[in-house]
Design a protein around this ligand. Sequence first.
Ligand SMILES: [Zn+2]
Length: 144
Amino acid sequence: MPGYNRHRLFNYIIFIAIVFFFYSENTVHPDIGRILAISLGFYIGTEFVTPDLDTNSTAYKRWGNLKILMLPYKWTFKHRQSSHNILYGAFVRILYISIIILAFYYIIFKSLSTGLDISPVYPIIFIFGIILANALHVLLDNIF
Ligand SMILES: [Zn+2]
């Protein structure tokens, strides 16, 4: 089973290879906002919101004091089972963390209105970055 750093190295090498591929093929010309959105999503999907939140992993420990928020997730999902499904696992993690973020937002601001005026494209690209990072994690787990 690959360790945390092996997952990180694999993910970043593949991400850089994908970026160079699209850049060299000159097929897509994303604006800087979209590049930042997918890079941030990929970073978070590689470092924090990983399939290994289902166990006492380094990714789980990286949450620091906030790891207590991940306990229900860890208790619910057995290691390397449904949490390691290439699509379902990522969607459940994103949904789980979104509910926590929205709950904190609501507690603080007493409203769910963001007041932000950003295109919905950026959050979609950000989420795609998390899904891509999670998919590479599962892929590497299945190779080793
Ligand atoms: Zn794993």
